[in-house]
Design a protein around this ligand. Sequence first.
Ligand SMILES: O=C(O)CC[C@@H](O)C(=O)O
Ligand SMILES: [Zn+2]
Length: 539
Amino acid sequence: MSFKLLARSASRLPRLALAISRNSLPLASTYSQHSQYRHHSTKTVRLTAENYPDVKRDPRFAHLTDTDLAFFRSVVGDKQVITDSNDLAAYNEDWMRKYRGQSKVVLKPKSTSEISTLLKYCNEHLLAVVPQGGNTSLVGGSVPVFDEVVISVANLNRVRSFDETSGILKADSGVILENAESFLAEHGAVFPLDLGAKGSCFIGGNIATNAGGLRLLRYGSLHGSVLGLEAVLPDGTIYDSMHSLRKDNTGYDLKQLFIGSEGTLGIITGISILCPARPRSVNVAFLGLESYDKVRETFRRARADLCEILSAFEFMDRKSQVFASRFTGLPHPLAGEDNTDVPDYPFYVLIEVSGSNKEHDDAKLESFLESVMEDETVADGTVSQDETQLKTLWRWRESISEASTMFGGVFKYDVSLPLPKMYSLVDSVAERLKEKGLLSFEDSSKPVADAIGYGHIGDGNLHLNVCVREYAKEVEEALEPFVYEQVQANRGSISAEHGVGFQKKHYIQYSKSPVEIQMIKDLKKHYDPKGIMNPYKYI
Ligand SMILES: O=C(O)CC[C@@H](O)C(=O)O
Ligand SMILES: [Zn+2]
């Protein structure tokens, strides 16, 4: 496969800049020769409860009994009650192998009414509950901390209806995002959310965590797209607002309470969501840039010049691309024939445009790229020529999250920051870890291998991944609350899109005022007075 390289002639484009920033790492090819990469090491799991002696099991909660199990079996059937310790492992542990709970039972109901019966029982018998979707949380939000009962919505996986005129999809919460997307593709529509974990995450979990993803820039947040919900409250009451209404101005918009509630107010069982028409032409450009300021300038120009066809604007730092290269094994998109002449820019940008007229959209993208390369805002780039290339270019962005676990583990920070300050957080964190003698790529006796930055620059959202060889407590202490203090000082948010979960439970005050925290606690107390829903997390 060969990509169309944008003009590399001297007249329109500076020569490939192989000079690297001061903090540079070896080039991708050299870097990948290091032997310290370990795919999904099994040695680094952190046992949540053991490592957090200040987090205690709430003594008000009951312990699971045989009577409870017999009741659960009578509701959902024997097969949907999982108690075998081997089978439980996948539900107790998150995909980063960072958090692990000790639940003794997973329930897999098949309907909203079964969930209602189960929750009513758990509430009456003071059994704490963790709702679980695809278990792709990045903040330890979807696994138990102690022995909570896991209620999985995996068996609620039907599309209920799709109205092609209005674009409204109604579906169970356990539909996998990618399946929803494929279904909609057949009907000329698109799900207004896309993210790297689409093959595993559930749309109900996306809503419970208010996932942001790769195209928020185009489609806005789920707070705008979700038109209605069905959810079961902790006492078993079914809240049904599965409307098809774009406009409903009758006071409090209660469904919003569940969007981003992280399973603390009930279990979402159904969603009604507005799905835009599927763009007929989509194109992606992958660019190399010489500074973060140039990344920002390119974004400013993209917004102004590409206007309504701009559908994603993502940025990746050099180190994140080194990781992606190693992880995917793909030839670099900006490399020469046979993957020679591998470029080495401190920053890369992925721009997606989508619209309804290919000729028009291509011409617009081309003239934008010509203009940013003409004045050397962008140093180098390539544009996809077909869908395969488009997907390959996206891999350079989408694979980073998983690639960041290659050394064994990762501390993930997902913050909103004003654009001018955004990247300096990555530098200051790396410096701090070095000063403390914790970071070295070369020296494998150090717990931290590297700190990388990438994210949805179009949404002001930075992903800072601190890639570790082990989940050492001293690393966590060097990072927290340091990262959150920096974010607060710049009036950012400690969670742009991943949520609070277990990881940020003690830090919510860095983003919410005492009045807001009190209002949240009041709501929680009102709807979940016994506190059974996803305890030890969020608030
Ligand atoms: O793993 C991360 O830190 C980011 C995951 C996801 O939000 C992404 O944008 O790729
Ligand atoms: Zn993200």
